[in-house]
Design a protein around this ligand. Structure first.
Ligand SMILES: CC(C)[C@H](C(=O)O)[C@@H](O)C(=O)O
Ligand code: SF4
Length: 466
């Protein structure tokens, strides 16, 4: 019998009951909650006169609808205000810990969980949000769920699931200087496509992944959902353990030692079987830029916008033509000729301290190009913001002409005041570039924080490694 993958181990440790039809009831250790997908779930609990099964497993924070400036004025948009106030009230009524708008610890739920040590190795972590895959970076089984499942987990601490197949994405070798986790994951999606991971749980491994910090691993796992897989994960190692030590929700004293011992088992066995294996060479990865309306429409910055005429598959060709039209780009145009109207550094993909450091390092001394209407830096949490300010990063951004905002999802999606106007091109460190994602008619180019910062200064994309 072959050994177990990391995913097999996490799955087996949480099965409460398996049924012959292939479904299983699994136990959930951590439930993260935000304002968008929770109101009906709490309403369901109320109607059924239920209480949360394990209230200390739940942690809530508003993120999608929060303003990122002038918070003292409250939330202007009535729908956004209602969502945030409803979360506050639900957390009070059900006794749930919430980092509200006025709390320094508030931020994007996928930044807040790990930062607090609320996400730990070996856990099952769910949230009514597709980017819950982020938390898999800690050797946890983490995936997004729908609102009815949010209610189910609140009420029972369990979920009915079907086990996925195992996929290994191995990135061998070391990346070149200037290449970040974002470039790695965009290159992976460029390779396997947005449906490449459908039906699989992906484990990311190899020298280039092991060499990443926890922030980098979170960036990679964050975009697993963009590769079609609900869960992505990385094995536990010293990097994981060091990151978690002394975090507020992490175990303390003798419990810490016991936990670390158990966490060290959280890796795939050498003889584990994967249903699919994809291998990339880190040395060949260049800074990535998306040119289209899907994360798989990505090329290296020194390349050109692809020509649909060269595509033999008619479905793909039509998709490319449609994307080029929406994006206002022409075939064979150099990526470095794409001019930017706005720049957004933020989102649960790239708003952690390291991301801000990388962006600031590129800016040093430079000024945002006069052709760029707006360049935003939105830290992922109040604590990230505070840390960045202690390091003086805010000054680097502000002096260069960036706006230094308060934490939230911001321009990642058009659910708050920060958005693109129709036709505008944006260099964005977020994870989705679908039509209208950052505002109706807006044109998103997904890049790393360093690439976004360099584009803000130049006014167009530049090869930061060239
Ligand atoms: C609003 C929420 C349900 C959604 C998600 O699930 O991912 C959002 O976070 C997104 O990134 O599109
Ligand atoms: S930052 Fe963007 S991707 Fe992340 S949870 Fe918020 S809206 Fe979703």
């Amino acid at each position: 019998m072959s050994g177990k993958t990391l995913y097999d181990k996490l799955w087996d440790q949480h099965v409460v009951r398996s049924d012959d039809d292939g479904t299983a009831l699994i136990y959930i250790d951590r439930h993260l909650v935000h304002e968008v997908t929770s109101p009906q779930a709490f309403e369901g609990l109320r109607l059924a006169q239920r209480k949360p099964y394990r209230v200390d497993s739940v942690l809530a924070t508003p993120d999608h609808n929060v303003p990122t400036s002038h918070r003292e004025q409250g939330i202007a948009d009535p729908i956004s205000r209602l969502q945030v106030e409803t979360l506050d009230q639900n957390c009070i009524d059900f006794g749930i810990t919430e980092f509200g708008l006025a709390d320094l610890r508030q931020g994007i739920v996928h930044v807040v969980g790990p930062e607090q040590g609320a996400t730990l190795p070996g856990m099952t972590v769910v949230c009514g949000d597709s980017h819950t895959s982020t938390h898999g970076a800690f050797g946890a089984l983490a995936f997004g769920i729908g609102t009815s499942e949010v209610e189910h987990v609140l009420a029972t601490q369990c979920l009915i699931q079907r086990k996925s197949k195992n996929m290994l994405v191995r990135v061998d070798g070391r990346v070149k200087p200037g290449i970040t986790a974002k470039d790695i994951v965009l290159a992976i999606i460029g390779e396997i496509g947005t449906a490449g991971g459908t039906g699989y749980a992906i484990e990311f491994a190899g020298e280039a992944i092991q060499a990443l910090s926890m922030e980098g691993r979170m960036t990679v796992c964050n975009m697993t959902i963009e590769a079609g897989a609900r869960a992505g994960m990385v094995a536990v190692d010293e990097t994981t353990i060091q990151y978690l030590k002394d975090r507020p929700f992490a175990p303390k004293a003798e419990y810490w030692d016991m936990a670390v011992e158990a966490w060290r088992q959280l890796h795939s066995d050498p003889d584990a079987h994967f249903d699919k294996v994809v291998i990339l060479n880190a040395e060949t990865i260049k800074p990535q830029v998306t040119w289209g309306t899907s994360p798989e429409m990505v090329v290296p910055v020194d390349d050109k916008v692809p020509d649909p005429q060269q595509e033999t598959d008619t479905v793909k060709r039509n998709g490319m033509e449609k994307a080029l039209k929406y994006m206002g780009l022409s075939a064979n145009q150099a990526i470095t000729d794409i001019h930017l109207d706005r720049v957004f550094i933020g989102s649960c993909t790239n708003s952690r301290i390291e991301d801000l450091r990388e962006a600031a390092a590129v800016i040093k001394g430079g000024k945002v190009a006069s052709s760029v209407k707006q360049a935003l830096v939105v830290p992922g949490s109040g604590l990230v913001k505070q840390q960045a300010e202690q390091e003086g990063l805010d000054k680097v951004f502000i002096e260069a002409g960036f706006e230094w905002r308060d934490p939230g999802c911001s321009m990642c999606l058009a659910m708050n005041a920060d958005r693109l106007e129709s036709g505008e091109h944006c260099a964005s460190t977020s994870n989705r570039n679908f039509e209208g994602r950052q505002g109706q008619g807006g044109r998103t180019h997904l890049v790393s924080p360093a690439m976004a910062a360099a584009a803000a200064i130049a006014g167009h994309f530049v090869d930061i490694t060239g």
